[in-house]
Design a protein around this ligand. Sequence first.
Ligand SMILES: C[S@@+](CC[C@H](N)C(=O)[O-])C[C@H]1O[C@@H](n2cnc3c(N)ncnc32)[C@H](O)[C@@H]1O
Length: 372
Amino acid sequence: MTPDPDPSAAPTPMPGGEPLRRRRVRYSGTHPKRFSEKYKERAPERYADAVAKVIASGKTPAGSHRSIMVAEILETLEPRPGQTVVDCTLGYGGHAREILGRLGEEGRLIGFDCDPVELPKTVERLRQAGWDESRFIPVRSNFAGLAAGLAGLGIHGVDGILADLGVSSMQIDDPTRGFTYKDDGPLDLRMNPLKGLSAAEWLARATPVGLATALRDNADEPMADALAGAVVEAVRKRPVTGTQELARLLHEIYRTRGWTRDKTEGDARIRRFFQALRIEVNDEFGVLEALLRQLPDCLKPGGRVAILTFHSGEDRRVKHAFAEGQRRGIYQVVNDSVRRPGPEELRSNPRSASAKLRWAIRGTGASHSKAG
Ligand SMILES: C[S@@+](CC[C@H](N)C(=O)[O-])C[C@H]1O[C@@H](n2cnc3c(N)ncnc32)[C@H](O)[C@@H]1O
C-alpha cells in the first residue's frame, strides 16, 4: 500500500535534482472540516500532538477509529497467554492490539474483516507494531463465513470471539465510501465495495414496499410508507447517485410535506434513511444471524463470546440467540443485562453512545444440540 500523500511533507527530489514543490492544503476558517483537509489527523505517527488535541476534544481523528468499551471487553473475554481468539470485525485493529498483548508468544489472533480498502492498512499497522504471521492472521472475509474461514486455517475451536458490529470511523469519514453526506461522494455504503449492489443501485431498483420495509425494520422510521413512496417516485424520474444529492432530495420531501420543523430534526431523519440503506446493502441482519448460528461450533467448551451492538435490530438478535443457546444448554452463562459505556467514555467519545455489550460462555459439556 502506498501511504496517502502528505501535503506538508518535505519536497520530493526529482530525478533531475529539482525538488517537486507540494502546496500546503488550504482551508477556510481555523480548523480543517473536510476529510481531504485533515491530513494531520490522517498521519498520527507524524502529527501526534495534533491528533491528541482532536481526541481530547471528544472527536475521532480522521482516518482512525477509537475502540469502544475496551476494558469491558477484555474483562469479558479474559484473553490469556497461549489462547486463540477471533476478532470478527478487525476494523482499525484497536481491540485486536489489546487482545494480542495478552495472548503471549504462543497465542494467536485471527482477524476477520470484509473491507478490502481498510484491511491492508490495518494489517500493515499491526505488522509494524511487531505482530508477525505466527501471531496475527488476517482473513479478508465476511464473518458470515467464520466457520469455513477457521476450518480453512485448520482451526476447529477457539477460546474467544469478539464482534464489534457496524462500520468503523475510517469508513464513515471517508467520503469516497458514501457513508456520510457531510461531504459529497458516491452513494455506495458497502463495507465491501467489490460485492453486491451499491446503495444507488439498490435504490434505483427498490419498490415502495421494499424501501418502506427497510426503513421500518432497519431504522424504525415512523413515516416509512409515505417516505418510501415519495422517494421511489422521485428516483424513478431521476436516479440519485451522490450522497448529498440524496440528502437534498430527502430534505425537499420532508420540507414540502411539513415532516420536519427544523434542520436538526431533518438531519436525524436523513441519518435514519442512510442507516436503513447501509443495513440493507450490507445485509447486516442476515450476516449477523449467520454468525450467531455458527458461534457455538466455533467456540471451544468454556470459550467466550462478546458482541458490541449499536442499534435495536442488532441487539435484539444477539439477545435472542444467547437466550435460546442458554435454554438449549449450549451456553452455560449469558449476561443478564447489557453493559453500557461508562460516563467517562460517553463524554470523551460520543460515537460510543449507543453501544451495548452482550456476552456468553459456552458450556463445558462435550456436545450440544445445534441451534436451528
Ligand atoms: C466498528 S468497526 C470495528 C473496530 C475495531 N473493533 C477496532 O477496535 O478498531 C467494524 C469493522 O467490522 C467490519 N465488518 C462489519 N461487518 C462485517 C462483516 N459482516 N464481516 C466482516 N467484517 C465486517 C467493518 O468493515 C469494520 O471494519
